[in-house]
Design a binder for this molecule. Structure first.
Ligand code: NAD
Ligand code: ZN
Ligand code: ZN
Length: 393
């Protein structure tokens, strides 16, 4: 079959790879109909490149049709239309049964240690071949696969695989009081959905992103938008009466383009209070954790910083003095996809589209065009917000 493979930093290609097969009784094999590119794929594309091996199959957001199931998979059968969670978890251990399926305690899931394995996420997360392919082996399909209806197009269900539960968890963890204020930093697909979920819940949502087209899309969904080029921290603080929002959700994560000077500065500014640290890092170039520093600076005293963005690799020092002084609560983590789906499936399938899922995908391309699709999503130009690859086309 054809699959999107990592070949080197910023270098992917579509190759012939062996067809996946059912290897364990809990497995299923899916014919992939839609598979999206995620900001997390961009980390592997660039900054986490050292963890990848040439030829590994990328991708973790997918849905399709069940082709084959192992003997232990009883809730779906060949022919069923399903969404595939990006986290692979057992569904039976104490973590899974407590709704923390990304923290699955079954060693068999990840092969080395515990915690959910992730599709297409290298040796970092269990070395499971990814979903940007014509077919996909889904381990622990007996727990993971989610049957969806036939009524609506793929893009209404596809995001249940990752970014919708990620955004939902981010807003849950932000713990904004009823009618309160949420600031969302970053208007990629995760930030968009988090902002729309906030609006859907009756919160006042402000957001910041450097890209005009992404801000314009958010403005269509009732979000007050700010340009990061115009001191969004000061602007959002002003817009919240000088107090700062009740919570700030970081939907950015590590940025690929930190300059060598910024990286050196990250190691030198650890002792500075948050605002000074952010300004010092901005002065030195792009901070790999600029959004997280902004979030800590912006949130009101006693507020919450909810981190959906992924940080790893070269990490910035945390401004612990500011976090202590402002009594900030911080929550973060991989999405517990399965824990949120019973809440989210009805919202995704609601004909009225309360979360605006019909207005997110900007580009649909055949699988063969994956190299151009990655470049497009990485550059964030041409109005690009979410890119879906369609293996069948
Ligand atoms: P994306 O790269 O499309 O979005 C990031 C956005 O942040 C872009 O629009 C960019 O212009 C903007 N940005 C960059 N620097 C900024 C700054 N300093 N302040 C404000 N905005 C800034 O990616 P995405 O697909 O939306 O994913 C966002 C993050 O969420 C990534 O780090 C991804 O790895 C992470 N993620 C986490 C989970 C999870 O389970 N926790 C799941 C999916 C994605
Ligand atoms: Zn993802
Ligand atoms: Zn488990």
């Amino acid at each position: 079959m054809r699959a999107v493979t990592w070949q080197g930093r910023r270098h992917i290609s579509v190759e012939d790879v062996p067809d996946p097969r059912v290897l364990r009784p809990e497995d299923a094999v899916i014919r992939v109909t839609s598979t999206a590119i995620c900001g997390s794929d961009l980390h592997l594309y660039e900054i986490l490149g050292p963890y990848m091996r040439p030829g590994e199959v990328l991708g973790h957001e997918s849905m399709g049709i069940v082709e084959e199931v192992g003997a232990a998979v009883t809730h779906v059968q060949p022919g069923d239309r399903v969404v595939v969670p990006f986290t692979i978890s057992c569904g039976r251990c104490p973590a899974c049964t407590a709704g923390l399926d990304s923290q699955c305690e079954t060693t068999q899931v990840r092969a080395h240690g515990t915690g959910a394995a992730l599709l297409g996420y290298s040796a970092l997360y269990g070395q499971v071949p990814g979903a940007q392919a014509e077919r996909l082996r889904v381990p622990h399909a007996d727990h993971g696969l989610m049957p969806v209806g036939e009524a609506l197009p793929d893009h209404r269900y596809l995001f249940l695989s990752d970014i919708l539960p990620t955004a939902w968890q981010g807003v849950e963890y932000a713990s904004v009081p009823e009618g309160g204020t949420l600031a969302v930093l970053g208007l990629g697909p995760v930030g968009h959905l988090a902002a729309r979920i906030g609006v859907h819940r009756g919160l006042r949502v402000l957001a910041a992103d450097p890209i005009a087209a992404r801000r314009a899309m958010a403005a269509r969904h009732g979000v007050e938008v700010h340009d990061t080029a115009e001191d969004h921290v000061a602007r959002i603080r002003e817009a919240t009466g000088g107090r700062g929002p009740d919570a700030v959700l970081d939907a950015v994560g590590m940025e690929a383009h930190g300059s060598p000077l910024a990286q050196a500065a990250q190691h030198a500014v650890g002792a500075l209070p948050g605002g000074m640290a952010r300004r010092a890092l901005e002065h030195a170039g792009v901070d790999r954790a600029a959004a997280l520093h902004s979030a800590i600076e912006l949130v009101r005293r006693g507020g919450t910083v909810s981190v959906s963005g992924v940080y790893g690799g070269a990490m910035s020092p945390m401004p612990l003095m500011t976090m202590f002084d402002k009594q900030i609560t911080m929550r973060t983590g991989q999405a517990n996809v399965r824990a949120w789906t019973s809440t989210l499936l009805p919202l995704a399938a609601d004909p009225a589209d309360p979360l605006g899922l019909d207005d997110l995908v900007t580009h649909r391309l055949p699988l063969e065009e994956a190299p151009a699709a990655y470049e497009l999503f990485q550059r964030k130009q041409d109005g690009c917000v979410k890119v879906v690859l369609e293996p069948g086309t």
